[in-house]
Design a protein around this ligand. Structure first.
Ligand code: SAH
Ligand code: TYD
Ligand code: ZN
Length: 416
C-alpha cells in the first residue's frame, strides 16, 4: 500500500498541453496497468508506474505526471468492451442518432470516431448506410466492431493517421471521441490531425469524465494509467485556442459518474452556445484554476482509504465474506492504493469473458463470471462499478432482498 503521505514525491512536471508547470496534488503510489488482468499461471513481473496527478498553474489542465507507453495499454488483448452496459449502449445509440439527424444530412457525409472500441456508436451509423470510419489500436475490440458492420482502421489516431485518412477518404463532417481523448497525452498531434481531417465547417466532439464531478464525488478511482487528462471547460477552452479551435458547446452528462461533452469548431464557424460561458463562470466561481479544490480532494481521498480499510479489515476479523462487483479499470486504483487483495475481497464478479478466470492487476483478486454472484451470495458486495449503479441495482434487487449489503466508497464509505 502506498504510504499515506499528503506530499507527492514528485512535486512538479511540465504540462503536456501548454508547457507550463503542473503541481502534483495526489500521489496514488505505484500502480499496475489498470486493464492488465493476469492469467493465474503468469509469473512475469508486473509492469508498474507512479500514479501522480497534478494541475497546471498556467492552463489549469489536470493531468498525470507520468505517461505509460501507449502500446502497453492498447493492443490486441485490450479487454474493455463498451457494450458491456445497456445504459452505455443506449447512450451511444442516441449519440449516433443525433449526429445522423443534425450533422450528417449533407451530400456524402463522413464521420470518423477515435476509439471506436466494439462499435457501440458507429454500428447505428453503419446501419443507416452513412460513410464512417472507426480508428482504434485495440484490434480485438475492433474485430467485434467489424462483425457489427463497422469499418475500422487498426491504428492509433495521430497526425499521420489523420492525413492518410483525409487523402484516401476525404474530409470528415464530424470527428467524435468518447472516453478516449482523455487517454491521449499527445494532444498536439491530435489537433494537427483534426485540422487535416475536418471539413471547414466540421465539428470535433468529445466526451470524458469531468474534473468538477470527480472533485464533487471524490471519485479518485477515475485516476488510472489510461485517464491521462481530466478536462474542465476552462482547460479545454485554453487547449482549443492553443491549437486554433474554439469551444462552442458543453453538455453535462450523467454517464460514467459525470462527464462533459465538448464541441470544438474552427473559430467563427459556429455560434457558441450560452452553456459555454455558464460553465466557465461556474468553474471560476468554485476556484477550479487554483490549488484549493485539489488539495481538499486529496485529503478526502486519504480519509476514504482509511475508512474503507477499517471497514474491510473489520469484516475480515469477524470472518464475514466480501466480494467485488465489476472488475473495472477504476478498481485497480482502489485496490492498489488501499491495499485490497483476496484477503479482503475474495472474488470480483464481472460479465466480460476476457477478464474472467484472470486476476485483478496488482493485488490479484480472482475474477469470476457473474453467475457466481447469484449462486454463492456473500453478505457484502463492494460496488466497484458504481458508475453503473442504476443498471446494476435494478437487475440485482434479489441480492438486497436476501439480506445482502452494498459497500460504496465514493463519495464516502457507506454500507446499505
Ligand atoms: N468510445 C468507447 C471506448 C472507450 S475505451 C466508449 O466510450 O466506451 C478507449 C478506447 O480508445 C480503447 O478502445 C482504445 O483502444 C482506444 N484508443 C486509445 N488510444 C487511442 C488513439 N490514439 N487513437 C484511437 N483510439 C485509441
Ligand atoms: P466501466 O465502469 O464501464 O469502465 P472502466 O473499466 O473504464 O472503469 O467498467 C464496467 C465493468 O463492469 C466492465 O468490466 C463490465 C462490468 N459490468 C458488469 O460486470 N456488470 C454490469 O452490469 C455492468 C454494467 C458492468
Ligand atoms: Zn498547461
Amino acid at each position: 500500500m502506498a504510504k499515506p503521505s499528503a506530499r507527492p514525491a514528485q512535486p512538479a512536471a511540465a504540462c503536456r498541453v501548454c508547457g507550463g508547470t503542473v503541481s502534483a496534488f495526489l500521489d496514488l503510489g505505484r500502480q499496475p496497468l489498470s486493464d492488465a488482468f493476469r492469467k493465474p499461471d503468469e509469473t512475469a513481473q508486473e509492469f508498474s508506474f507512479p500514479l501522480v496527478v497534478g494541475n497546471c498553474r498556467d492552463c489549469s489542465m489536470t493531468q498525470l505526471l507520468h505517461e505509460v507507453p501507449r502500446e502497453r495499454m492498447f493492443h490486441a488483448e485490450y479487454p474493455y468492451r463498451s457494450s458491456g452496459s445497456t445504459t452505455m449502449t443506449a447512450h451511444f445509440t442516441a449519440v449516433a442518432e443525433r449526429f445522423l439527424a443534425h450533422e450528417l444530412g449533407g451530400a456524402d457525409p463522413f464521420i470518423v470516431e477515435i476509439g471506436s472500441n466494439d462499435g457501440v456508436m458507429l454500428r447505428t451509423v453503419a446501419a443507416a448506410g452513412v460513410r464512417h470510419l472507426g480508428v482504434d489500436p485495440s484490434s480485438g475490440v475492433g474485430l467485434t466492431a467489424q462483425h457489427g458492420g463497422v469499418r475500422v482502421r487498426d491504428d492509433f489516431f495521430q497526425e499521420s493517421t489523420a492525413r492518410d485518412i483525409a487523402a484516401t477518404e476525404g474530409r470528415a463532417d464530424v470527428i467524435y471521441a468518447a472516453n478516449t481523448f482523455c487517454h491521449i497525452p499527445y494532444v498536439d498531434s491530435i489537433f494537427a490531425g483534426i485540422d487535416a481531417l475536418l471539413r471547414p465547417d466540421g465539428i470535433f466532439v468529445f466526451e470524458d469524465p469531468y474534473i468538477g464531478d470527480i472533485l464533487d464525488r471524490r471519485s479518485f478511482d477515475q485516476i488510472y494509467d489510461e485517464h491521462f487528462y481530466f478536462f474542465s471547460a476552462t482547460s479545454v477552452r485554453a487547449m482549443a485556442r492553443n491549437f486554433g479551435f474554439e469551444l462552442v458547446d458543453v453538455e453535462r452528462l450523467e454517464v460514467h459518474g459525470g462527464e462533459v461533452r465538448y464541441t470544438l469548431a474552427r473559430p467563427g464557424r459556429r455560434r457558441a452556445d450560452a452553456r459555454v460561458a455558464a460553465l466557465l463562470d461556474a468553474e471560476a466561481h468554485r476556484g477550479l484554476a487554483g490549488p484549493e479544490p485539489y488539495e481538499r480532494f486529496a485529503r478526502e481521498v486519504y480519509a476514504i482509504r482509511e475508512d474503507l480499510r477499517t471497514l474491510l479489515t473489520g469484516l475480515r476479523e469477524q470472518g464475514v465474506r466480501v466480494v467485488g462487483y465489476g472488475a473495472t479499470a477504476k478498481s485497480a486504483t482502489v485496490n492498489n492504493f488501499c491495499g485490497i487483495g483476496p484477503d479482503l475481497v475474495e472474488t470480483v464478479y464481472d460479465t466480460t469473458p476476457e477478464k474472467q478466470g484472470r486476476l485483478t492487476p496488482g493485488t490479484h483478486i480472482p475474477v469470476a463470471p457473474m453467475a457466481g454472484f447469484r449462486a454463492d451470495p456473500a453478505p457484502y458486495a463492494l460496488l466497484y462499478a458504481w458508475n453503473h449503479e442504476t443498471e446494476i441495482l435494478a437487475k440485482e434487487s434479489a441480492f438486497r432482498e436476501a439480506g445482502g449489503r452494498w459497500i460504496r466508497y465514493v463519495p464516502e464509505v457507506r454500507v446499505d
